[in-house]
Every structure is written in structure tokens, then in C-alpha cells.
Write a protein that binds this ligand. Sequence first.
Ligand SMILES: *[C@@H]1O[C@H](CO)[C@@H](O)[C@H](O)[C@H]1NC(C)=O
Ligand SMILES: *[C@@H]1O[C@H](CO)[C@@H](O)[C@H](O)[C@H]1NC(C)=O
Ligand SMILES: *[C@@H]1O[C@H](CO)[C@@H](O)[C@H](O)[C@H]1NC(C)=O
Ligand SMILES: *[C@@H]1O[C@H](CO)[C@@H](O)[C@H](O)[C@H]1NC(C)=O
Length: 282
Amino acid sequence: MQSKSTNSGSSTIREDLEINESYLSFKKVLNFWKYPVIFLLLFCFAFYLFSKLNFNSSKYNSSIVHFKNQSNGIVLCNANLINNRMIITSAHCPMKLKSVDIYLEIGDKIVKEYYEINHPDFVAINNKNDIRIVIMAEELKGSYDFFQLPIDDETLPKILTAILWDMTSNFTQYRESKMQVVDLSKCQELWKNASSKLTLSKNKYKPINSNQICTWNAANHEKFDSFQGDSGMPLIEKKWNGQKVLHAIVSYGHPKHKLPNINTKIQSHLKWIKEVESQYIK
Ligand SMILES: *[C@@H]1O[C@H](CO)[C@@H](O)[C@H](O)[C@H]1NC(C)=O
Ligand SMILES: *[C@@H]1O[C@H](CO)[C@@H](O)[C@H](O)[C@H]1NC(C)=O
Ligand SMILES: *[C@@H]1O[C@H](CO)[C@@H](O)[C@H](O)[C@H]1NC(C)=O
Ligand SMILES: *[C@@H]1O[C@H](CO)[C@@H](O)[C@H](O)[C@H]1NC(C)=O
């Protein structure tokens, strides 16, 4: 009896020791991994904060172009780099009159020598075919981040990411806005119904067609829709591989953000873009 109890006693001690050993080795592992894990968590958090705070012009400074007034540096319009010679913008943007009155700003580079080719069927009174190609006289040198053109028969996503000016930043920072693509017939009806109430002549109902894409920010259209100053800004699809597909550019909208925005659909103009490219870029 006695020896048995001693045996069981010593085995309990052994088990305790084993537990202690495995606890110690667990602690060792914990000690070893504690710092990398804490470091990783801190790093992720810092990265998150950094990307939140740092969401500004530098994120798209190598793909979005600004048209600026030479005399006061004010942003007149926006455009999108699609390769090292070509830029896509809205045809309703002001055109260069003399060689110096408007220049292009791409990141920290200034481009003064360029040609502008408006869509041949652009109609200024109703913004039909509101698209212009800008060809830079010289190839851009440096690392730029081009927008991809959509593919001919690609289905349009239901949600597009609009890159717009942050209204509070006086044209110094962008914001991203998730925009829902609105069904064309619904959009036509909404604009048509509202047209009688739109008294300003420039906001009169402009029939919308399938070369345009209507978008709406359901969550906060008062604050996060495009506004005056966003003309030519991109609406993109972000692909898993980092590509940014340029599906549309901002054309016009309701002055008080009460109706969907109207954007020029890039897919409708692919043939023309290719023609201009082969004609002007040898
Ligand atoms: C550029 O700014 C000048 C001076 O403010 C103004 O007179 C001119 O009309 C502007 N040009 C454009 C194209 O807006
Ligand atoms: C964009 O901004 C980043 C960060 O400020 C800078 O490193 C980069 O050179 C800029 N790109 C262009 C094309 O200016
Ligand atoms: C906005 O920017 C313009 C041109 O860069 C500048 O002249 C103007 O003073 C700025 N306005 C405010 C309110 O900061
Ligand atoms: C447009 O107006 C018609 C007639 O008033 C109405 O029946 C219809 O529901 C309206 N459509 C929309 C999308 O509001």
C-alpha cells in the first residue's frame, strides 16, 4: 500500500514536471514569437493609419493629369494617362488657346507641348461624346502608372471606384468613392422627370444614351458625388493584379447632387481611340 502510494506520488510529480516542461517550452515559443507578432500587428496598424492619412494626390500622381491655368495655377480640368504619349479627358474641358495659357501637370512634371483631338461627334450643348484625346509631343520618361483601357466586350462592373477631388482640400487631395452603376433606362427616367424642375438652362434635360454611364453614390451622394471641378476624373475598376481599368470619365451631374452623375463610357469609344493612336503616334 505504502509503496503504491509513493509510486503514484512520484508519478504525479513526474507529470507535474512534464507539464511544467511543456509549459516552459510553450512560454519559450511565446517569448520567441511575441516580439515578431507584436511588431507585425503594430506594423499593420501603422500601415493602415498611413494609408488612411496618406490617401492624397501622391497615390494617383503618376496616372491622373491636371490641366492648369498658366497665369494662376488653378486646376481647370482632369485627365487620365493611358500610355506614355496619350491622355484621355472630357471634350468639354477648356482647350489650349496659345501654347502657354494651359499646361499639363503629371506628378511633378509639366508638359506644355501637346495636341488636342476632340471626338468628332462631340455636342457641346448636351455633352454627347464628351471625350478628348491629348497627345503629348514627346514621350513621358519616368515611371508612370497608366490606366488600362477596357476590353471591347467586357461586362461593366456594378460598382465603380470614382477618384474625385476632396472638396475640402482646395484641389490638393483626392478621395475615392464607390459608385453604383445605375440602369440606363432608370437614369433616363430620373433625369427626364426632373428636367421640368431644373430651371437653369445649362442643366436642362440632356437625353442620356448608351455611350454614357450613370452612377450614384447611394451611401452619401450629397458629399461623395462628383462635383464641378471633377470633369475628366476617372471611374475605374481595380483588378486583383493592380491594374486600373478606365471605364468612364466624369462628364456632368446635377448641381445639388440629386440625380445620378453622367459619365462618358470609354468602351463606346475604343475604336476611335485606336484610330487616333495609329494616326498620330508613329
Ligand atoms: C486663366 O486665368 C486668367 C487670370 O485669372 C484668366 O484671365 C483666364 O481667363 C484664365 N484662363 C482660362 C482658360 O481659364
Ligand atoms: C508621386 O508621389 C510620390 C510620393 O510623393 C513620389 O515618390 C513620386 O515620384 C511621384 N510620382 C510622380 C510621377 O511625380
Ligand atoms: C486655393 O488654391 C489656389 C491656387 O492654388 C489659391 O490661390 C487659393 O488661395 C486657395 N484657396 C484657399 C481657400 O486656400
Ligand atoms: C417619373 O414620373 C412618372 C410620372 O409622374 C412616374 O410614374 C415615375 O415613377 C417617375 N419615375 C421615376 C424613376 O421617378
